[in-house]
Write a protein that binds this ligand. Structure first.
Ligand code: NAD
Length: 252
């Protein structure tokens, strides 16, 4: 589970642990908070939870992490590529290093974790790969060329892997959430509250109403629950899909 020290990744890690899965957390953040998260999930669900701080922009660290996971658990049954980096700027002013970072973390890291996990999944003829895309793969906004490019490209990666695994017990799907109430969304809420001098509920209403016809934010646990469903046997024939969970945003 990449990028699982907060937000949707953390919710996903909790949901998989609740199903009895051992979990590998990855991502950056305060060391004490990460250890509390790791120990808390392990205690609550009685599963093994380990943390690996591999920087997904660094191929060698990805390779080391996947090898360590295989050494500890033997096989990766469920791989969730969730980590993300974001930068906001118009194309001609977009810092080249931020572009390279987005390609590495949001896209290439998923390619590498998939290619390194697939041999073990093929040996067992079972696996679930879930790649986090976004509503912004299809519904576009200005000044987010890194995000829109990588979130669209990860759907291509998802389909390519699904096709190659179609006759196996391995599925590969992408999730395309709309506006999810994560720490990233909380920063947007805080900005609107301070800029407009409005209370939290009004800021949420303003942010969500221009996005989702549902006029409700999506909860991280809802995204995680969809992912857990994809991991079950009932979803064995869902592969290569880019599934929206966006309060009908994609139809606007
Ligand atoms: P977040 O910003 O809260 O967390 C991102 C995670 O990625 C963190 O754990 C961070 O430490 C990790 N990360 C960043 N760079 C890394 C690197 N170089 N190496 C290792 N880890 C790294 O994310 P979120 O808002 O919960 O979103 C999770 C996923 O869902 C992302 O792929 C995002 O694009 C997608 N998504 C989010 C929303 C939303 O509303 N928040 C909407 C649509 C899609």
């Amino acid at each position: 589970m990449t990028g699982s020290t907060g937000g949707i990744g953390e919710a996903f890690a909790r949901a998989l642990a609740a199903q009895g899965c051992n979990v590998v957390l990855n991502g950056f953040g305060d060391a004490d908070a990460t250890e509390r998260l790791r120990a808390g999930i392990a205690r609550e669900h009685g599963v093994e939870v380990v943390y690996d701080g591999a920087d997904l922009a660094d191929l060698r660290q990805i390779e080391r992490m996947v090898a360590a996971v295989h050494a500890r658990f033997g096989v990766i049954d469920v791989l969730v590529n969730n980590a993300v980096t974001r930068h906001y700027a118009p194309v001609e002013a977009f810092p080249v290093d931020k572009w390279d970072q987005a390609l590495a973390v949001n896209l290439s890291a998923a390619f590498h974790t998939i290619r390194l996990s697939l041999p073990g999944m093929r040996r067992r003829n079972w696996g679930r790969i879930i790649n986090m895309s976004s509503i912004h793969a299809t519904n576009l906004v200005r000044d987010r060329v890194d995000y829109m490019t990588t979130k669209a490209a990860i759907i291509g990666l998802t389909k390519a892997v699904a096709l190659e695994c179609a006759q196996t017990g391995i599925t590969c799907n992408a999730l395309c959430p709309g506006w999810v109430l994560t720490p990233h969304a909380e920063r947007q809420i805080a900005r609107v509250m301070s800029e407009k001098g409005v209370p939290r509920e009004a800021a949420i209403e303003e942010l969500v109403s221009v996005r989702q016809p549902s006029r409700r934010p999506i909860m991280p646990a809802e995204v995680a629950a969809l992912g857990v469903y994809l991991c079950g046997e009932a979803a064995a024939n869902i592969s290569g899909a880019a599934l929206p969970i966006d309060g009908a945003w994609a139809v606007t």
